[in-house]
Ligand binder design. Structure first.
Ligand SMILES: [Zn+2]
Ligand SMILES: [Zn+2]
Length: 286
């Protein structure tokens, strides 16, 4: 395999036919069915993700973006098939894939490359692929309940607004698996300009509960979460311990916002999951 690919992407098999691909602290997934394979998210696009996927399967691909953020969409342009996304997040894609935003992210990632020097966290000339990202518009807009047949498996879209307005989860019924990416996880960011209010996020979590699944995969680790974890995420969102919250930095993600990291009311030692919210938008839609 190409050395750049090997140093940029790390592949780990998580279940039968399910692979986690990590790159610069982001996780994307490859689910291989009998007739088609499915790619959920495309990371920053720091190396040819399609070539990486082709090392594992030669099947035709269905590609999804869980949402429009830079770290889950930057590699879209490597694929020649349309990328499935909620139309509501196209604006986020465009804003996040401006060269200036990529330079901002690369700057913070470069610091870690000094520690993980054997991996490529940021390529030498990331600006060489700016044009591909900026010009990408090969979209296929998806909605709640849209299904994709992979042969023995189906991938179904679940709209879960919260982290962004157009966040989607992908449900693999036969695997009893839901990939939520950043849309629902152990530290969901809800303070961004493109985030919804807290009640909308809570509704999305309860919606997920109604699906038949046993495991959840998220956007920044390869941990297999369970239904019990989802219950804990609901607990944090429904009973946030605002009196023991911590201030966070929003940076260029949310200029002018002073986010708070909040744990569940009873979790005063901060051992469990958290959410990061804009205190101004706990109840009212922003
Ligand atoms: Zn992310
Ligand atoms: Zn995100």
């Amino acid at each position: 395999m190409d050395n750049t690919l090997k140093k940029t992407y790390k592949v780990k098999q998580l279940m039968d036919g399910v692979y986690g691909i990590t790159s610069s602290a982001v996780a994307c997934y490859l689910i291989v069915g009998k007739e088609k394979a499915c790619v959920v998210d495309t990371a920053y696009g720091f190396a040819d993700l399609k070539a990486m996927v082709k090392q594992i399967t030669d099947l035709p691909l269905v590609v999804f973006n869980s949402h429009g953020h830079i770290d889950h969409t930057g590699g879209n342009f490597y694929f020649d098939t349309p990328v499935c996304i909620s139309e509501k997040d196209v604006e986020v894609y465009q804003r996040h894939n401006e060269p200036s935003f990529h330079r901002y992210m690369e700057k913070s990632l470069k610091v870690f490359n000094r520690i993980f020097f054997w991996r490529i966290l940021v390529p030498k000339h990331p600006e060489e692929t700016d044009e591909g990202r900026m010009n990408f518009n090969n979209w296929h807009f998806v909605k709640d309940g849209d299904r994709f047949d992979l042969g023995d498996l189906t991938a179904e879209v679940i709209e879960i607004p919260g982290h962004t307005k157009g966040s989607i989860a992908i449900w693999f019924k036969e695997l009893k698996l839901i990939i939520t990416s950043d849309g629902a996880n152990a530290a969901t960011w809800l303070f961004l300009p493109e985030s919804t209010d807290l009640p909308t996020y809570i509704e999305s979590l309860h919606k997920l509960e109604r699906y038949d699944f046993e495991q959840i995969l998220t956007g920044h680790s390869l941990t297999l979460f369970t239904r019990k974890d989802l219950e804990k995420w609901i607990e944090v969102a429904e009973h946030p311990g605002l009196d023991h919250a911590k201030k966070e930095k929003g940076g260029d993600f949310a200029p002018g916002v002073l986010p708070l990291r909040v744990w569940a009311k009873d979790d005063v030692k901060h051992k469990g999951p958290s959410i990061v919210i804009d205190p101004e938008r706990i109840k009212v839609n922003g």
